[in-house]
Design a protein around this ligand. Structure first.
Ligand code: GLU
Length: 381
C-alpha cells in the first residue's frame, strides 16, 4: 500500500541533533536505521527525498570527548568538521542498505541568498534528484562565520524546501508539534493541529526554547514555517522521538500542519518583478511570444537577439518583435553563452557550449509577464 505522505512528490526531512546523537552513546544507529526504512519506503513510492541533518557538532563533541560546557565558535566549527564526516558515513552506510545512494551538500546562508549561487545550488541538487540520489544537507558550519550563519537547521531546511520547490517539509523534533503555551509549564496548553496563517498570535505561542545541542526551539520552527509556506511548501512539525518517525506520523497523525499560502508562486514572481534594474534583454520571435502566453518557458530557439553583459541568475527583460517589453525573468546563462545558442534547437546546444545544460533560457517559474503585452501579441497572431 502506498503511504499517505507519498502524495507529496518532493519531501525535505529535517532531523534535529538530539534525535540523532546521544551525548554519551553517540550516534543513534537503530533510530537512523528506522528512519532510513521510512525514507526507502517513500522513495519506492516515487517521492524524491532530501534530508537536512543536524548533528555534526554533537557527533564531533562525542568523537573528541569534549567537555559538556558550551563551546566557543571555533570549537563548534572544528567539532562540526570532525562530526560531519562521521555523520555522512553513517547516512551512506545505512541508506546504502536500501540501495539508496547519497551525496553531501554543505550550504551557507549566501548560497540561498545570492541569486547566482542559489541557481547553482538548485541545479546541483536537482541533478542529484534526477539521479535518484538523496542529498544529505547541513550548514557548512566550518566556514560560516556568525554574520553569515543560519545557526539553526530549521530555517536552513525551509530555505532548501523553498529553493527546491518541495511540496512538503517535515521537521522531526523532540516535541510533537506546536502548543498554545509551553506544555511543560502549562498543563492547560492547547495542541495546535493546523495553522493556515502565521499570525502574531501563533508567533507568540512559540515562546523561546532550545537546548545545548539544537539551537532550534519553536521560534526558529515558526520562522521556518513562514519561509516554507510563503514558498508554497506544506510544513509539518512532528516528534522524532520514537523509531520509524515518518510511519508514525502517518499512523497517529499527531503533528502540527502549516498550510502553504495560496499566493506562494506569485510571491516569488513579485520578487522578480520588484527588481529595480535589468541586466540585459532577450528579444524573442512571434512563436516564442505565443508560447510564453501559454505559460511555457523561454527556449533558446525563440530568441533572436541578446543585449547586455548579464550573468547567469541576473534579471533580464524579454522583448517582442515590436520592441515592447513582454516581461522579465532570471536568465540561466551568461550573456556570452546565450549569444552562441540563440535560435538553436535544444539538442544542438550541448555541442555548441561543450557542456550539458537545461534546455530553457528562462524557466517559466522564474518569469513575470506583462499581461497587456501578451494579449496585444495574441490578437495580432
Ligand atoms: N549545523 C549544526 C550541526 O550539524 C546544527 C544546527 C541546529 O541544531 O539546528 O551540528
Amino acid at each position: 500500500m502506498k503511504s499517505a505522505l507519498s502524495r507529496y512528490k518532493r519531501i525535505v526531512v529535517k532531523i534535529g541533533s538530539s534525535l540523532l546523537v546521544d551525548p554519551s552513546d553517540g550516534l543513534k544507529t537503530d533510530w537512523l536505521a528506522s528512519l532510513s526504512q521510512d525514507i526507502a519506503g517513500l522513495a519506492s513510492d516515487g517521492a524524491e527525498i532530501l534530508v537536512v541533518s543536524s548533528g555534526a557538532i554533537a557527533m564531533g563533541r562525542k568523537i573528541l570527548d569534549l567537555p559538556t560546557r558550551p563551546l566557543k565558535l571555533e570549537e563548534s566549527q572544528a567539532a562540526a568538521a570532525i562530526g560531519q564526516i562521521a555523520l555522512a558515513r553513517a547516512y551512506s552506510d545505512i541508506l546504502g542498505q536500501h540501495r539508496i545512494k547519497i551525496g553531501q551538500i554543505l550550504l551557507t546562508l549566501g548560497d540561498t541568498e545570492d541569486r547566482r549561487r542559489y541557481l547553482n545550488a538548485r541545479n546541483t541538487i536537482s541533478t542529484m534528484l534526477k539521479w535518484q540520489t538523496v542529498p544529505i544537507i547541513n550548514e557548512n558550519d566550518t566556514v560560516a562565520t556568525s554574520e553569515i550563519r543560519y545557526g539553526d537547521n530549521d530555517r536552513l531546511a525551509a530555505r532548501v524546501a523553498s529553493m527546491m520547490s518541495a511540496d512538503l517539509l517535515v521537521l522531526l523534533s523532540d516535541i510533537d508539534g506546536l502548543y498554545s503555551a509551553p506544555p511543560k509549564e502549562r498543563p492547560d496548553a492547547r495542541f495546535i493541529k493546523q495553522v493556515d496563517v502565521i499570525t502574531p498570535e501563533i508567533e507568540a505561542m512559540a515562546g523561546s526554547a532550545g537546548s545545548e545541542l539544537s539551537r532550534g526551539g519553536m521560534v526558529t520552527k515558526i520562522e521556518a514555517a513562514k519561509i516554507a509556506t510563503e514558498a508554497g511548501t506544506t510544513m509539518v512539525i512532528t516528534t522524532g522521538l520514537q523509531k520509524n518517525p515518518l510511519a508514525a506520523l502517518e499512523k497517529s497523525g499527531r503533528a502540527t500542519w502549516f498550510n502553504p499560502q495560496a499566493n506562494a508562486r506569485t510571491a516569488r514572481k513579485k520578487w522578480i518583478a520588484g527588481q529595480f534594474e535589468v541586466a540585459g534583454s532577450l528579444s524573442v520571435d512571434h512563436g516564442a511570444t505565443t508560447a510564453l502566453g501559454r505559460g511555457k518557458s523561454l527556449l533558446p530557439a525563440g530568441v533572436t537577439h541578446v543585449e547586455g553583459k548579464f550573468q547567469r541568475g541576473d534579471t533580464v527583460a524579454i522583448i517582442d518583435v515590436h520592441g515592447h517589453i513582454l516581461g522579465r525573468g532570471l536568465v540561466t546563462l551568461d550573456a556570452e553563452d546565450a549569444v552562441k545558442i540563440i535560435g538553436r534547437k535544444s539538442d544542438e546546444i550541448a555541442k555548441i557550449l561543450g557542456f550539458e545544460r537545461r534546455s530553457e533560457i528562462i524557466h517559466r517559474d522564474d518569469m513575470v509577464l506583462v499581461a497587456a503585452s501578451i494579449q496585444d501579441n495574441q490578437q495580432e497572431v
